[in-house]
Design a protein around this ligand. Structure first.
Ligand code: KIV
Length: 271
């Protein structure tokens, strides 16, 4: 039986065992109870309450506006639903950068008020102190390197990162540092597949890629993207598993037509 199959609950130790045994890790985002229940029951290892909620749930252009209170609200529903998956919550923009005490307080709020199992934050050397402080409280931390959407106004675009030698070298060194200080895993977003493979082989902790090729130890997608709910977003790395937006549109159009034609409700659908 697979390590996922044997585990009652996915923990950071189980994820490490999966990497050690070459078993790939499946991670998806979720932001609410109903969706998280389906994601968990389908066998996903890690549910990420991503700050992509800012885009897909609230309709913002970037991840910057979402607040700690919003993230905790989303996480509470997901935690109630997750019976097996490890629940990781993004620290939102402005709640951890440059102030390690604030980073610790934000993480404690997430853990206490939502019941989540770990936090994720973006960046390398520049957030080292914050990560170390969070880890002192026994809170597991997932790193996030490559394209870090909270820095979109620094990058200017959402294109592939670390194509140039200097940025690739910085990423290698940040990945090694994140492992050394005690992160349990790290996300590699939109970096060349060759670099992601090299980093995944060179560090001991599991990497989870998005747009980073098949050499990572696991993969993550935004749930709404892979279900076909965000039709205006079609990057090369995205595989759509469902046309849920179109299916919902036709179901809802049918409902509207049935109400207007007095077909709904019928005799058996009333008291
Ligand atoms: O917020 C998010 O959904 C993420 C994933 C893209 C990794 O950070």
């Amino acid at each position: 039986m697979s390590i996922h199959g044997k585990a009652k609950r996915i923990t950071t130790q189980v994820l490490q065992e999966m990497k050690n045994n070459g078993e790939k890790i499946a991670m998806l985002t979720a932001y609410d109870y109903s969706m998280a229940r389906i994601v968990d029951a389908a066998g996903v290892d890690i549910i990420l309450v991503g700050d992509s909620a800012s885009n897909v749930m609230a309709g913002h252009e970037t991840t910057l506006p979402i607040t700690l209170d919003h993230m905790i609200y989303h996480a509470q529903g997901v935690v109630r639903a997750a019976k097996k998956a490890l629940v990781v919550v993004d620290l939102p923009f402005g709640t951890y950068q440059g102030n390690s005490k604030q980073a610790l307080n934000s993480s404690i709020r997430i853990m206490k008020e939502s019941g989540a199992h770990a936090v994720k934050l973006e960046g390398g050397a520049e957030v080292r102190e914050s990560i170390e402080r969070i880890l002192t409280a026994g809170i597991p931390v997932m790193g996030h390197l490559g394209l870090t959407p909270q820095s979109i106004y620094k990058f200017g675009t959402y294109t592939v990162r670390a194509k140039e030698a200097a940025e690739a070298e910085a990423l290698r060194s940040d990945a090694a540092m994140l492992e050394e200080i005690g992160c349990f895993s790290l996300v590699l977003e939109k970096v060349p597949a060759g670099l992601a493979t090299e980093v995944s082989k060179s560090i001991g902790i599991p990497t989870v890629g998005i747009g980073a090729g098949g050499g990572c130890d696991g993969q993550v997608l935004v749930l709404h993207d892979m279900l076909g709910l965000t039709l205006d977003f079609s990057p090369q790395f995205l595989r759509r598993y469902l046309d849920m937006g179109e299916q919902m549109n036709s179901a809802i159009s049918q409902y509207v037509a049935d109400v207007r034609s007095r077909d709904f409700p019928n005799e058996s659908e009333q008291y």
